[in-house]
Design a protein around this ligand. Structure first.
Ligand code: PMP
Length: 406
């Protein structure tokens, strides 16, 4: 795609031709899962049609082809995130798996009196594993608070940091509000106290291209299904020194050097963290998804998505009783809102009848909903294949729903 041509791009996505309840699909639930272009679907079909095999074990040709493609994909991911080594990229089943792998590993490194900081803007998958880690180790979980705009209060973060802080967890971008968090600042400050930082990139990777070396981040996790790839695959980036220090997460095949009943020695990175037969096809398709997005270009994607965001925000703001949550200066194409006292679920149900897919509920971020004292919101989230025309359809349908429910 030479210039940013959304109509050409849309042709890559077969699902965008679907009708829902007799109406053309308007897919605004991208923060939950993005759609998959034909280029990635073709890679999946090609894998199962032509070289499906188990990897890293066989001397036969199919196994070698599958292994090569899987490892090439790891290198693509390394390059995309600018990791220093390909063995710093661990394939996982997704963001949740990556976070649990790190949280489990830190069990042996923490003790009573240690402190873990987590932000008020987290997804449940970046809260619960740390609570479980605290239960195992006696470490204490502390929360970096947020303000009305949906931004972290950095002065409070500064005040929470001390010599006992061992870990800091924050998402790069909030899935519920779209806030882009100042992770550069957080990483630098945390490092000054010797704390490691894990950044949850589930919502950032679809919209920007993180450079893990420039960020100097210790761990970075994401899921391929939010970046035009398949479900069930993701990656954990970890600095080599940390991945060497952490014990394995799961035992099994692939992750050992030698096994006897007396003692087992573990394989080198990255295999130490990749027990069992991995999602070979998913790993290969993950690389293809990054190829697809890089061919369009993340600068072009970000610029276009910001246009969609400001267009939709403007149109929504004209609606009476509209309350948009999360008004941070730095945010991506996610809009969380409520209208008057109407329950989000009722609006979502009517929108679905008109072919429009949005998310309703607490978005796995109940602490944020508690902050605003609401049960949930309606969330519309855009990707580069959405259009202003779709936003117009959505706004008209929303107005109709409001009329029906008021
Ligand atoms: N963190 C954030 C910020 C997310 O948006 C999500 C997905 N909604 C996750 C973590 C969990 O990702 P997954 O379900 O793919 O493991």
């Amino acid at each position: 795609h030479a210039a940013f041509d959304v109509e050409t791009i849309r042709k890559d996505f077969p699902i965008l031709k679907r009708k829902i309840n007799g109406k053309p699909l308007v897919y605004f639930d991208n923060a939950a899962t993005s759609q998959t272009p034909q280029q990635v679907i073709d890679v999946i079909v090609d894998y199962y049609s032509n070289y499906n095999a188990n990897i890293h074990r066989g001397v036969h040709s199919l196994s070698q082809e599958a292994t090569d493609a899987y490892e090439q994909s790891r290198q693509k991911i390394q390059k995309h995130f600018n990791a220093a080594h390909s063995h710093e990229i661990i394939f996982t089943s997704g963001t949740t798996h990556g976070i649990n792998l790190v949280a489990s590993g830190f069990s042996s490194l923490l003790k009573v009196g240690d402190e873990i900081l987590v932000s008020a803007l987290e997804h449940h998958s970046n809260i619960v594993p740390w609570q479980m880690l605290c239960e195992r180790t006696g470490a204490e979980l502390k929360v970096i608070p947020m303000n009305e705009a949906g931004e972290l209060i950095l002065s409070e973060f500064d005040a929470l940091l001390n010599e006992n802080t061992k870990l800091v967890f924050v998402n790069h971008i909030s899935n519920a509000l779209g806030t882009i968090n100042p992770i550069e600042y957080i990483i630098e400050k945390a490092h000054a106290y010797g704390a490691a930082v894990l950044v949850d990139g589930a919502q950032s990777c679809p919209h920007l291209k993180p450079d893990v070396q420039k960020l100097n981040v210790d761990f970075y996790v994401c899921s391929a299904h939010k970046i035009c790839g398949p479900t069930g695959i993701g990656m954990l980036y970890g600095k080599e020194k940390w991945l060497k220090a952490l014990p394995p997460y799961q035992g099994g095949g692939e992750m050992i050097a030698e096994v006897t009943f007396e003692k087992t020695s573990y394989a080198d990175l990255p295999h130490k963290f990749e027990a069992g037969t991995p999602n070979v096809c998913g790993g290969i398709a993950f690389g293809a998804a990054l190829d697809y997005m890089n061919a369009i270009g993340f600068n072009a994607i970000a610029k276009y998505e910001q246009e969609l965001l400001s267009y939709a925000t403007g149109k929504l703001s004209e609606i009476e009783g509209m309350k948009i949550y999360g008004t941070a200066k730095e945010k991506t194409s996610v809009i969380s809102f409520n209208v008057g006292n109407i329950h989000p679920y009722d609006i979502g149900t009517i929108l679905d009848k008109m072919g429009i897919a949005v998310r309703t509920g607490h978005h796995c971020a109940q602490p944020i909903m508690d902050y605003y004292q609401i049960p949930g919101t309606i969330r519309a989230s855009f990707m580069f294949y959405n259009t202003k025309e779709e936003i117009d359809v959505f706004i008209a349908a929303l107005k109709k729903a409001i009329m029906m429910l008021s």
